[in-house]
Design a protein around this ligand. Structure first.
Ligand SMILES: Cc1ncc(COP(=O)(O)O)c(C=O)c1O
Length: 378
């Protein structure tokens, strides 16, 4: 079942009460908003949204119960719910509370890192393409950015990124990488960190693990142990993907105590609202729900991959909730035609302008999307 905004409302028991007004239904996904929000029309509720790597199923039942139970606290600042979330995150990862930094989505963590560690003399190293937010923040702040292209297999070129680290304030290492869906195993991550730490000891390395729960690659491991041992390594996580809470806004970093202190000054005070904090606290250890979401994603992704491969397209490996497909033609007319037929797919990611990024929705959504794509690509 598609968890549309209507489903979210009816699950909360607010459907007919008129409590949620049309603007909430017309809002756009975070990533898409970054790209084109002002220029674009509102999304009709019927649109199948495969453009922002959101989880189509939404939060689990425990999260909804926690949200309902927290309505009465809506008039209070979220000090206690944030504290409870920090305790839950620390418990989940076996770390101390002082190792946890909360963010209004992991976007806030990314912004804090750029604010704290990139300056006019110490550049940001990022990849092309990768998640654009750190580079966009740096550009806005007038701070230098060095972009290293992905390699021929669309993998981050860790060797070249390490080589550009000299004198950098921060390296953004998205693992798995959005939008290419590629992942690096534990040995490669460790080798990269060692390389950077040797060549540029002051540089911070932000390892963004937003898609951690979707990884199937056996050689992959979280970099959290590295972050605990090394103040210059930061790991960010989000509740927007497998936990289905992109609209609630909660994310966090696991970092060394000293790094937590440096980042704290850039935090938006009370950035995680009471409902988001309660839902995240209830969800982080909900292994049954996480396993269900992983299975749903795996099945719908396999179906979608099979469609493209049967149609003769090359589909890259994916350890995420999206696929990257080389259409061997400009993807923009394809995107526009899909949109006319009710399917929103990803934007172009220069320089990969022949590649289509499609987020994995429900099986029903992917069935519909592949019908439309079959027609559009014919
Ligand atoms: C790699 C990556 N990091 C971070 C984010 C931001 O997520 P949020 O701010 O919703 O936690 C996204 C969103 O799509 C992403 O793809």
């Amino acid at each position: 079942m598609t968890v549309s905004r209507r489903h979210f409302v009816s699950t909360l028991g607010l459907g007919s009460a008129g409590l949620l007004s049309p603007p909430l239904f017309g809002g756009r996904g975070h990533e898409a908003r970054l790209a084109a929000w002002l220029a674009s029309p509102a999304m009709p509720p019927s649109l199948i949204r495969l453009d922002s790597n959101e989880n189509p199923n939404g939060p689990g039942p425990k999260a909804f119960d926690a949200i309902r139970a927290m309505f009465g606290e809506a008039n209070r600042y979220p000090d206690d719910p944030e504290r409870a979330l920090i305790v839950a995150i620390a418990k989940e990862h076996g770390v101390a509370e002082e190792n946890v930094v909360l963010g209004c989505g992991s976007s806030e963590i990314l912004r804090m890192c750029v604010e704290a560690f990139v300056n006019t003399a110490q550049h940001l190293v990022t990849a092309g393409p990768t998640f654009e937010l750190p580079a966009n923040f740096a550009y806005t702040m007038g701070r230098p950015v060095v972009t290293v292209p992905v390699d021929a297999k669309l993998r981050l070129d860790l060797g070249a990124m390490g080589d550009k680290a000299g004198g950098a304030g921060l390296i953004f290492f998205c693992n798995p990488n959005n939008p290419t869906a590629t992942v690096h195993g534990d040995a490669a991550v460790r080798e990269f960190v060692t390389h950077v730490r040797r060549n540029s000891p002051a540089t911070f390395i932000l390892i963004d693990e937003a898609y951690h729960e979707y990884v199937d690659e056996p050689s992959y491991k979280t970099a959290i142990p590295m972050a605990l041992a090394d103040p210059n390594v930061i790991v960010s996580r989000t509740f927007s993907k497998v936990f289905g809470m992109a609209g609630l806004r909660a994310g966090y970093a696991i970092v060394h105590r000293d790094t937590a202190r440096r980042m704290a000054g850039w935090r938006l005070g009370a950035g995680v609202n009471v409902l988001a904090a309660a839902a995240a606290t209830a969800s982080i250890g909900d292994l049954v729900h996480i396993a269900l979401e992983q299975r749903r994603n795996r099945d719908a992704k396999a179906f979608t991959r099979a469609f493209f491969e049967k149609a003769g397209f090359e589909v890259g490996a994916s350890d995420t909730n999206f696929l990257m497909i080389d259409l061997r033609r400009d993807m923009r007319p394809v995107r526009d035609a899909c949109r006319k037929d009710g399917i929103a797919v990803g934007r172009p990611f220069p320089p990969l302008t022949t590649h289509l990024r499609i987020s994995i929705g429900t099986m029903e959504e992917m069935q519909r999307a592949t019908e439309v794509l079959k027609k559009v690509l014919a």
